[in-house]
Design a binder for this molecule. Structure first.
Ligand SMILES: Cc1cc2nc3c(=O)[nH]c(=O)nc-3n(C[C@H](O)[C@H](O)[C@H](O)COP(=O)(O)OP(=O)(O)OC[C@H]3O[C@@H](n4cnc5c(N)ncnc54)[C@H](O)[C@@H]3O)c2cc1C
Length: 414
């Protein structure tokens, strides 16, 4: 039966949720404070990953914890005041650093990533934006043999879940990416990973498709959520919108909104930055690269070469700190010839992360007609359409195409 459904939050996760529900025959209203896709979903590295299913909470993290806490790694920057304020979140996150959890999360994420990549390819076609899709894999690069040796352990797990990759030596790296400077001794190409050349254009195209199918977009800030009669009332200042069901998919803002209804969502955020640079005279890159030891990703984008930083753990709305992206850009210049910085200031976004690094997809435990779809951490762009399909099946009470237990809100006491 067709329902009136409101989706709160128009990042890629909310947009894909709205589109999937609209395609399933519901009447959907998507509400975002900004133009959809202008927060975290705007500035990511554009990877549509299918092999990035090893979560951050793993036993290896505990070993390097002292270095992380002293800000001696390039990939993670920690604000101590934030850590102390959020100590329960950090301790719970660390409690998942177990091999058993790595395998449990890998199994769930691998299935959802595969489902999502297929769904993205279909949606990209339906939205008429095939030109955005790049199917040339993702190149992980190593400056030292020791760095590669560490990663090899992860590769064993990646292989055991059926993901395809190819290892390249120094000379072969020169052949597949002749533009790179000769600083890398090993590379691993994740063969089936895809990418888009503008995450913002992708979201815009999905929103346009949603609207063509009859979906409605409201650009207004949500200020309250209320259960009313058999449905939901969404307050946006003086305006209210009503619906049978409500989907909360507001990324890093979801926990705060859920708290209005007395849910305690174990979420924090991993902030990250990007900067675009003008390519120099070296041959063009064929694909995004990930320098694991230097902690940056560099992706060829419509707007230039996008260098993205690792993780910054600090308050969601703290002023930006450009130290990490400045360092990432300097490291990226060691790898590839680039000239001007194209952005006035670096962009900053917030990856929404739950204590077990798995998204929360499903019915809110204490309210009929309330649905959660958030917490997609480093993988929100990749996971969005698959998560939307699972959510749609749950709302329609039809069997989802994979086991959703790992993502169920009931795995925590909220
Ligand atoms: C540097 C970086 C690189 C990344 N690279 C990749 C990558 O290559 N591949 C990948 O898969 N993922 C990547 N990610 C992660 C990915 O970008 C996120 O997981 C994803 O964007 C989260 O999407 P979302 O829709 O949940 O949240 P968001 O995109 O943040 O959307 C949340 C929306 O909620 C809206 N909202 C908030 N409060 C309100 C309110 N009160 N009223 C109305 N609307 C509200 C916001 O305006 C926003 O549009 C990266 C992230 C970063 C930071």
């Amino acid at each position: 039966m067709a329902k009136d459904i409101i989706v709160v939050g128009g990042g890629i996760v909310g947009v894909c949720s709205a589109l999937s529900l609209q395609r399933a025959g519901h009447h959907v209203r998507l509400i975002d404070a900004k133009k959809p896709g202008r927060e975290t979903s705007y500035g990511n590295a554009g990877m549509l990953a299918e092999a990035s299913f090893l979560v951050m909470n793993n036993p290896g993290l505990v070993k390097i914890l002292p270095k992380i806490l002293l800000n001696r790694t390039l990939g993670v920057r920690v604000n101590w005041r934030f850590v102390l304020k959020r100590l329960p979140w950090f301790l719970k996150f660390l409690s998942y650093c177990r091999k058993a959890h790595v395998l449990h999360a890998a199994s769930a994420l691998r299935q959802l990533l595969t489902l999502s990549l297929d769904a993205h390819k279909e949606l990209i076609k339906a939205a008429g934006v095939d030109h955005l899709l790049r199917q040339t894999g993702w190149l992980k690069l190593f400056r030292t043999e020791a760095g590669f040796a560490k990663f090899s352990k992860d590769l064993e797990i990646v292989k055991s879940f059926g993901a395809r990759f190819t290892v390249y030596e120094r000379e072969q790296i020169r052949q597949i990416e002749p533009g790179l400077k000769p600083i890398y001794c090993k590379a691993v190409l994740m063969d089936d990973t895809c990418a888009v050349s503008s995450p913002a254009d992708l979201t815009d195209a999905y929103v346009a498709l949603f609207q063509r199918l009859g979906g409605v977009v409201e650009q207004t800030k949500v200020t309250g959520l209320r259960q009313q009669d058999a449905g939901w009332c969404v307050e946006c200042g003086a305006n209210t919108f009503t619906a049978d069901d409500l989907v909360l998919s507001a990324g890093a803002w979801s926990a705060e909104m859920a708290s209005w209804l007395d849910y305690r969502i174990p979420m924090a955020w991993e902030r990250g930055y990007h900067m675009h640079l003008q390519p120099g005279y070296a041959p063009a890159l064929h694909r995004a690269i990930h320098d694991i030891e230097a902690g940056f990703v560099m992706a060829p984008m419509k707007a230039g070469l996008r260098v993205t930083s690792g993780v910054e753990l600090t308050d969601r709305d703290a002023p930006p700190n450009y130290q990490q992206i400045t360092q990432a850009v300097a490291m990226a210049r060691q790898a590839y010839d680039m000239t001007d910085q194209l952005d006035q200031t670096p962009w900053m976004g917030r990856r929404p992360t739950l204590i077990d690094s798995l998204p929360m997809i499903g019915a809110a435990p204490r309210h009929d007609g309330l649905w959660f779809n958030f917490g997609h951490q480093h993988l929100g762009l990749s996971l969005a359409p698959g998560s939307a399909q699972l959510l749609t099946a749950l709302i329609d009470n039809t069997p989802p195409s994979m086991d959703v237990a790992a993502f169920s809100p009931t795995r925590f006491r909220l």
